[in-house]
Design a protein around this ligand. Structure first.
Ligand SMILES: [Zn+2]
Ligand SMILES: [Zn+2]
Length: 553
């Protein structure tokens, strides 16, 4: 048995999302983060993408713990999937665990999972590893980096960070601890690569406040404030401004509800009494005294904002003269979906303010730019440098940046599945383990898993066939032309009757959808697919691949 330390990234090195790293010393393994990735548009019917954990399953008995750096989905989203395969304790800060709790509860995993709260600055031991969480600043609260003391040396993992010198929650970035570690000697630094291609420094979270204040002052009617539900700093600023400008706040959507609850419980937001109202009270309050805090900045078809945009939300009604502010960035890959939602909002004659390059500072990144990355390398002065959290081009650019500083002896580009062996003097790539992406199908059932989309489609088609609902829609009027047809292959519905009923299901979905929903193919396809899937599963117990086809007429 080798007495070297092994670093084995299982996700997040070569893509944004599904961060997961295993550290192994002899017969002991600890895992840092277990994230998911949101599926790209072509992954029709896939809910989420998580790392392949075959390596962890094979070494199940050696795993001591999963340590979480913070509560973003790309760091915690795969927990239900991991925990359904491995029963290991989870270590995280107070806020992170509070966030994770409801996720595990939803999957019925809460009772069987051991959760251990960690405190920044307080060291804890897991077998051969002694771990010190260090407070860092990010777009979310209660985030930590990890200094992991091992028999061969100290490994520093930054987690996600930017160096925010005026964090809204007043909790300062613990620069001192990094400097201290640097003095004592650090074997390897693993650092966040997200913004490696941006020069300078990332502005503080409070930097958005002046521009948002202006927008609040100029808004005449209702204000829809949209941001990620995990952006606790942003939510805090939005609530302060709503209070300042005499607006009551209705929180819309389940994830936003949950985030504000947790943040309020733990004192990260302190809305004055009476500021928050129930969504049912919206209609009793004049529009110029209202703010709706809502999710859906990335155009997610089922999000509260996307539904409000097509007038399909019970409480959130967009009216002419309302202002919709997307306090977020347009994430590459989501442009089409986001602009579709903005189109709908514009059609309702709302003013939409979003990151179009001319809207002022309405959003800041949570990740450090080049100077912050340099500062951290300078403080920690590692012997070996390993970039994490990014596509291949970010990792390789990060290597360039670190090499240029001449601090580290060696910069190493690792990808998912690589095994890096470290001792006091050397860092050598020593083989590979299984790594990859696993797609999890709709319905949230973690057992419904396959390695690869193509494989998944092939398997589903070969077992349960394929069902193509064909719908003709007049693009101009949004009217459905003719009766929906259904074509099947490999899925032989026993009776004609079933097929007729399925057609009715599709018709019903269309009837109950607004013209705008029908004009939005992303939304209408997803609705048809969901309804038809439910019907077929219920009446036949089978799960064919359902691919709605819209014929534009
Ligand atoms: Zn993050
Ligand atoms: Zn992240």
């Amino acid at each position: 048995m080798s007495d070297k330390l092994q670093l084995i990234p299982l996700g997040g090195l070569g893509e944004f999302g599904m961060n997961c790293l295993a550290l192994r010393f002899k017969d002991e393994i600890i895992i840092i983060d277990a994230g998911q990735m949101f599926p790209e548009e072509e992954l029709l019917g896939v809910d989420s993408v998580v790392p392949d954990i075959s390596y962890l399953i094979e070494n199940r008995s050696k795993i001591r713990a999963i340590i979480l750096t913070h509560a973003h989905e790309d760091h915690i989203g795969a927990l239900p999937w991991l925990l359904s395969e491995l029963n290991v304790p989870i270590y995280g800060t107070e806020f992170t665990l509070a966030y994770v709790e409801s996720k595990l509860d939803e999957h019925g995993l809460l009772d069987d999972t051991d959760m251990v709260e960690i405190l920044p600055g307080k060291r804890f031991t897991l077998g051969a590893f002694s771990v010190m969480p260090i407070h860092v600043t990010h777009s979310l609260v209660d985030c930590v980096a990890l200094a992991i003391h091992t028999p061969v040396g100290t490994i520093v993992h930054t987690g996600d960070f930017k160096i925010d010198l005026s964090p809204p929650d007043g909790k300062l970035f613990d620069l001192q601890s990094f400097a201290e570690l640097g003095k004592q000697g650090v074997l390897a630094l693993l650092q966040d690569s997200t913004n490696v291609d941006r020069r300078g420094y990332t502005p503080s979270e409070v930097a958005v406040r002046p521009r948002l204040d202006e927008i609040f002052a100029q808004t005449r009617q209702k204000l829809f404030f949209a941001c990620f539900s995990s952006s606790i700093h942003r939510i805090r600023i939005a609530l302060e401004l709503a209070h300042k400008h005499g607006r009551k706040v209705a929180v819309i959507g389940r994830s936003m509800d949950h985030a504000t609850d947790v943040a309020q419980d733990l004192g990260y937001i302190e809305p004055p009494p009476g500021l928050l109202i129930n969504p049912t009270q919206i209609r009793d309050i004049p529009p110029h005294k209202l703010m709706l805090l809502i999710t859906g900045t990335q155009g997610e078809p089922m999000s509260a904002l996307a539904r409000a945009a097509v007038d399909n939300h019970r409480f959130a009604k967009v009216e002419p003269g309302d202002t919709v502010l997307l306090s977020s960035r347009v994430i590459p890959g989501n442009e089409k979906a986001i602009y579709r939602v903005i189109d709908h909002l514009s059609r309702r004659r709302a003013e939409v303010i979003y990151d179009d390059g001319h809207s002022g500072l309405i959003h800041v990144s949570g990740h450090g730019c080049q100077e912050e990355l340099r500062l951290m390398i300078n403080l920690v002065r590692p012997r070996f440098f390993i970039p994490v959290h990014g596509d291949y081009r970010h990792l390789s650019k990060h290597i360039e940046l670190a090499s240029g500083m001449g601090v580290a002896e060696k910069c190493i580009l690792l990808e998912d599945g690589d095994v890096l062996e470290l001792d006091q003097h050397s860092a050598v790539k020593a083989g590979k383990v299984t790594a990859g992406r696993v797609c999890i199908d709709s319905g949230g059932d973690t057992r419904d898993v396959v390695e690869d989309v193509v494989m998944r489609d092939r398997r589903i088609i070969s077992e349960d066939g394929i069902v193509l609902p064909l719908v003709g829609i007049n693009k101009r009027t949004g009217r459905v032309e003719g009766i929906p047809e259904i074509v099947t292959r490999g899925f032989a519905p026993a009776e004609e009757e079933l097929l007729a009923e399925a057609r009715q299901v599709v018709s019903r979905t269309l009837e109950t959808s607004s013209p705008e929903e029908k004009a939005d193919y992303g939304v209408i396809k997803e609705k048809i697919r969901a309804d038809l899937k439910r019907f077929i599963q219920k009446s036949t117990g089978r799960r064919p691949l359902i691919m709605p086809v819209i014929l534009e007429i």
